[in-house]
Design a protein around this ligand. Structure first.
Ligand code: DXP
Ligand SMILES: NCC(=O)COP(=O)(O)O
Length: 244
């Protein structure tokens, strides 16, 4: 069964726009569970532009679904992850000036540092995932340093990026298909995410080696019009249709 992780970051974006207690990311996580989500993803960014430390505290104290904590490879985030010991951690690159995650983690260029960084997280029982592009060198390095999972960045495939450049979707999809095959052959569990919508999720869901999709921004956007429950159920339907 292809799992759906619902990223609730942008519920917090709406909340932070006015500094009110609503909308509550924990309430969204509970609704996502009722709608059939298999997990919750939350990205505690260094600048706390959306998800806050208090959000992570509340999710860890109240969630029944597994939490996938996305974070940069910093000492601060490692300490937070070791304190909470979430089901999973996903190491993502961060730049303060970026609007959203622009590329994948450079594992090949930082192997020794990242190997040392993820070891205590793995030893603490967290499933360690690395958010990377489909570059074979990044996939091979991820396997070498002992990650359990790679999450393949689908932003370029979704035919947009923060500069508005458009990419060759067919070429990107071919790279993701090959990357998933390589990753699985190396013993890595394969996830995918970033920018996925009802229109783009199908070919990614159809990749047989992909075990989990993490989807957030589009679901929160759609929820403005059809509700969070409806958006999640429709995304689940699209995923299941692609696998049928
Ligand atoms: C790593 C990833 O692709 C998403 O979790 C994304 O980072 C969501 O956070 P932002 O929307 O703040 O980039
Ligand atoms: N890692 C991808 C994720 O958690 C959700 O990304 P997006 O759907 O918010 O772009």
């Amino acid at each position: 069964m292809l799992r759906l992780g619902v990223n609730i970051d942008h519920v917090a974006t709406i909340r932070n726009a006015r500094g009110t207690p609503w909308p509550d990311p924990l309430r969204a996580a509970r609704m996502a569970e009722a709608a059939g989500a298999d997990g919750i993803t939350a990205h505690l960014r260094e600048d706390r532009r959306h998800i806050s430390d208090a959000d992570i505290d509340a999710l860890m104290a109240n969630l029944t679904l597994p939490l996938n904590l996305e974070m940069a490879a910093t000492p601060e985030m490692q300490a937070i992850a070791l304190r909470h010991r979430p089901h999973a951690v996903c190491i993502v690159p961060e730049k303060r000036e970026e609007r959203t995650t622009e590329g994948g983690l450079d594992v090949a260029g930082n192997e020794a540092m990242l190997a040392d960084y993820i070891a205590p997280l793995r030893d603490a029982g967290c499933r360690v995932s690395l958010f990377i592009g489909h570059d074979p060198a990044q996939i091979e390095a991820s396997a070498r340093i002992g990650a359990a999972v790679v999450e393949l960045h689908t932003g370029a495939y979704c035919d947009y990026d923060t500069e508005g450049r458009h990419t060759d979707r067919d070429r990107e999809l071919a790279g993701l298909v090959e990357g998933a095959r390589l990753a699985a052959s190396l013993g890595l569990e394969v996830h995918a995410g970033h920018g996925l919508t009802f229109d783009t999720v199908g070919p990614i869901a159809a990749i047989p080696q992909v075990k989990e999709l993490n989807i957030g921004h589009f679901l929160i956007a759609e929820s403005v019009f059809i509700g969070l429950d409806g958006a999640i159920r429709e995304m689940r339907r699209c995923m299941d249709e692609a696998r049928a």
